[in-house]
Design a binder for this molecule. Structure first.
Ligand code: 2AM
Length: 529
């Protein structure tokens, strides 16, 4: 993508480069970010500039839409097909694929009659310590050495400090980097899935691609047990997409269930599908339990077409190797919420991590690897940094503070917001020690200790003269991290008012000042909704 981007934006490309080309751009974005679908919009404009003809306006898929990105994608793809079918009609002599018959599966499962000489346990460990840094295809299997609840008993959320031992892993990281973790399904869900689909979890299989040249599914060892496939590969706890229902309908031999599945996958069934599946966050496993006759007769060959692969989750690293050698720490908020379904919804990765018992002997290890994150910290020794973190958003700042303190860098300003000092004030004593040593200036905002909410942006405004002096006088870098939906806008507004009051800038100049900070990486954010 980087190569493509560099190429397409080359100044030397003549403006008629794409005059023979029709194009359409589909973007996947999240409107909680200021630069919503920036790439798609920019690409669309550039392709036009190079003489291409847009078949449609760009599609701006939005993760924040209550129907998900599909709300924009479905009608857009419909329009696209209409155009394409007019431009390139299907020749009459090509037979149509009959409706309701599944396409052949990508893989054929070959079940082994004999148990291979490698033991099942050995197989379930995907890799040992590699020579090169671990990656998605070769993760490091890290033992968990700490799993500690760090929120008080009255706090609504179970937040865990999880620590991994990364001795001999070849992993190294710096402040701002993120760790990717590949979670597994729970034992109970794995068992239930095997039962509903009438699969023997102990059976070994290998996969044969139906078409030559189709690569093996990445990260799946072969031969493999059904248990391994279900517990570590198939994302049975995710909410199914419409394509899942389409394929399931084709595979169903049960008249009633098939009819229902066809309805849910049809265009007019989308409202109902939304109510049945997306709104209550019903999982693939739960849907399969609702269609037991169909589920019990799914040919294993189709499992990989039907169910997506478990995706890794990214966490900001919360520790520095300089303070905790051979260790990697993260702060995990355990996702759990209620919908109209009786069973509470639980986040796959956070619940799995929280369930791991550090003292436990045995092969439960966490597959992980590290990648550079989006936050970059200045290397110059005397550049101050202002870090604004709400809740678990403080995690990357702890790594940065530990690293900077180890390097003797001063000018560390942390604005931390949480609900109550005795419930979710993460690393309270650690910060206080650093303050006493003169390595950190800490400003706290406890939102629920008084009647009126106090947030980090209120503290920023109160300390406006200091913030302005650090930014304008000393060239400080400003960082913001947190999971509050309105946090980015609120903090930007606080900064704007500081620029206007302390810097005596007009509104236009204050926004230009903020934009310049962003462009020069002196204002960086890591936020999620
Ligand atoms: P609240 O839950 O009491 O509203 C970590 O989640 C902290 O961020 C909490 O104290 C939370 O307050 C606060 N928070 C919620 N929304 C915020 C916002 N828009 N700006 C700043 N802090 C916010």
């Amino acid at each position: 993508m980087k190569n493509f981007w560099r190429f397409i934006f080359r100044k030397s490309l003549p403006s008629s480069s794409l005059c023979q080309m029709d194009f359409a751009v589909l973007g996947l974005g999240d409107s909680s970010y200021a630069k919503f679908n920036f790439v798609a919009k920019k690409l669309h404009r550039r392709l036009l500039q190079l003489g291409g003809s847009a078949l449609l306006p760009p599609c701006l898929g939005d993760d924040q839409h209550e129907l998900g990105p599909d709300a924009a994608i479905d009608p857009w793809v419909g329009d696209l097909w209409e155009k394409i079918m007019v431009m390139y009609p299907v020749p009459l002599d090509i037979p149509e694929i009959p409706h309701g018959v599944p396409l052949p599966s990508k893989f054929i499962f070959q079940f082994l009659q004999e148990v291979p000489s490698i033991g099942a346990e050995e197989l379930n460990i995907a890799s040992s310590a590699p020579q090169t840094p671990p990656s998605e295809l070769q993760p490091f299997l890290a033992p968990v050495i700490t799993n500690q609840r760090v929120t008080g008993p009255q706090h609504f959320q179970d937040v865990r400090l999880i620590e991994f031992d990364i001795t001999d892993s070849n992993i190294s990281f710096a402040a701002g980097d993120v760790v990717f973790i590949l979670p597994s399904n729970s034992e109970a869900h794995t068992q239930q899935f095997c039962q509903v689909l009438c699969l023997d979890p102990n059976q070994f299989f290998t996969l044969k691609p139906r078409e030559p040249g189709v690569p093996d599914p990445p990260g799946l060892p072969q031969p493999c047990t059904v248990w391994h496939l279900v517990s570590q590969y198939l994302d049975i706890a995710s909410v199914p997409r419409r394509s899942f229902f389409e394929l399931l309908a084709c595979l169903s031999q049960h008249a009633l269930e098939r009819e229902k599945l066809l309805e849910l996958s049809s265009a007019r069934g989308q409202e109902e599908l939304w109510e049945y599946c997306n709104r209550p966050r019903r999982t693939i496993l739960e849907v399969l339990c609702d269609f037991p006759h169909t589920a019990g007769a799914i040919p294993p060959d189709y499992l990989l077409d039907l169910i997506p692969r478990i995706r890794p989750r990214a966490f900001s690293i919360a520790s520095s190797l300089l303070a905790h050698p051979r260790r990697l720490q993260i702060l995990v908020a355990v996702v759990k919420y209620q919908t109209r379904l009786k069973e509470p919804r639980r986040g796959l990765c956070s619940s799995w991590l929280a369930s791991l018992n550090p003292g436990q002997a045995g092969p439960v290890r966490v597959p992980l690897w590290v990648r550079p994150g989006s936050l970059v910290f200045p290397e110059t020794p005397d550049t101050p940094i202002i870090m604004v973190g709400a809740g678990t958003g403080v995690a990357p700042f702890r790594a940065a503070i530990q690293e900077r303190v180890a390097h003797g860098q001063t000018g560390n300003f942390l604005f931390f917001g949480c609900r109550q000092r005795d419930q979710d004030f993460y690393w309270q004593t650690e910060w206080q020690k650093l303050e006493q040593k003169g390595c950190l200036t800490l400003v706290t905002a406890f939102s629920r200790e008084q009647e009126k909410k106090v947030y980090v942006q209120h503290r920023l405004r109160e300390l406006g003269p200091l913030v302005w002096e650090l930014l304008d006088g000393q060239g400080a870098y400003f960082y913001l991290a947190g999971n509050a939906k309105y946090l980015p806008t609120d903090v930007s507004e606080a900064l704007m008012s500081i620029f206007q009051e302390e810097g005596r800038l007009s509104t236009a100049d204050a926004s230009a000042y903020l934009a310049r900070l962003q462009q020069t990486l002196r204002f960086q954010t890591e936020t999620w909704a």
